[in-house]
Design a binder for this molecule. Sequence first.
Ligand SMILES: [Zn+2]
Length: 232
Amino acid sequence: MAPDTRHPDKLDRAVIFLGPPGAGKGTQAKELAKRYGVPHLSTGDMLREHVSKVTPLGKEAKPIMERGDLVPDSLVLRMVRERIERPDCSHGFVFDGFPRTVAQAQYLGVLLRQHGYRPPLVVHFALDPALVLRRITGRRMCKAGGEIYNIYERPPKVEGRCDSDGGELEQRPDDREEIVGPRLQAYEKQTAPLVAYYRRLGRLHDVDASKSVEEVTQRVLEIVRGARQPAH
Ligand SMILES: [Zn+2]
């Protein structure tokens, strides 16, 4: 079966992508948003936009971000409300990295109901933690051209050298195991209740994120199309 590339139909709902760093969630969220012509929403992008445009929200968030502190829920939620009320969200939108907690998920549920949206569809990227660790700690970038390799999954022909320009391959400091390990543990701890919450509500759809990017895209589209039929 040839993969579909056109989508004359509308998304008309909120789709939430949940998954650990390194699982390919961001790529897939952007791809789905592009195919349906709806906004791809990340709270990080929203915050940066408010700060750069010096909006009231941005003025509040800036000093907090500069201190390196976490922006409080109240501010994030106001920002999300403001964002989904914009006209470009009227045919649905894709959330990437939000909600992060059950409290945020509950607030989002209320917000969606108030704005006449159906319950959100949650795409959960399931990936063996050991594999996530390999994907991230195996990543190497060419210092010259920026090409990305993975010493386990996509190694260069010559160890430590870029295939296209011979540049030196280096590991980003953030990709080291001592940084990534604790980050993944924190993610699991924070996200487990959220996954359980959406699973209980019957909104959660698992995706095997160990598959290729194309296969994962097809699975995501199947989920979205399957969930579109019984409108209520
Ligand atoms: Zn290179």
